[in-house]
Design a protein around this ligand. Structure first.
Ligand code: 5GP
Length: 122
């Protein structure tokens, strides 16, 4: 599958410093920041610094170092936020996944019981 990256997406602008963010954690390969419209007491977005459209793009094409850096950021965010009782990690992908921002991001949501993952029936 071909993944075409649009460098005008909002997270690319955040990575370039053109738009501010509330950073929770940063390393060489990933940035984590609070969602601007939180759906739970904890709602952090973790993004790779590389130009990847979606989780399947990242899994197929990111280097081992980029993948390790990304998951190190996941661990750091879970350590730094109040999710000891549990959380949900979500990566909305393309149209059926209702992905709004075409730069791979993982939502980490927690701080309350989140309910079932999906409605029983669409
Ligand atoms: P998606 O639907 O693509 O999985 O989620 C995109 C998320 O990005 C949404 O939860 C939305 O609130 C968040 N978001 C959109 N624009 C901005 C922004 O400029 N700053 C931050 N921090 N979050 C944003």
């Amino acid at each position: 599958m071909q993944f075409d990256y649009d460098d005008q997406n909002i997270f690319a602008k955040i990575l370039r410093g053109e738009i501010p963010n509330a950073t929770v954690f940063e390393n060489e390969h990933a940035l984590a920041f609070n969602d601007i419209e939180p759906q739970a007491p904890v709602h952090v977005l973790i993004i790779p610094k590389g130009a990847y459209v979606s989780i399947d793009d990242f899994a197929a094409n990111a280097s081992a170092a980029e993948q390790a850096g990304f998951f190190a950021a996941v661990a750091a965010v879970c350590e730094a936020t109040d999710v000891e009782k549990g959380f949900r990690a979500v990566a909305n992908t393309r149209a059926h996944g209702v992905q709004d921002v075409p730069h791979f991001h993982m939502h980490i949501m927690g701080g309350r019981v989140l309910g079932r993952m999906l409605p029983d029936r669409a």
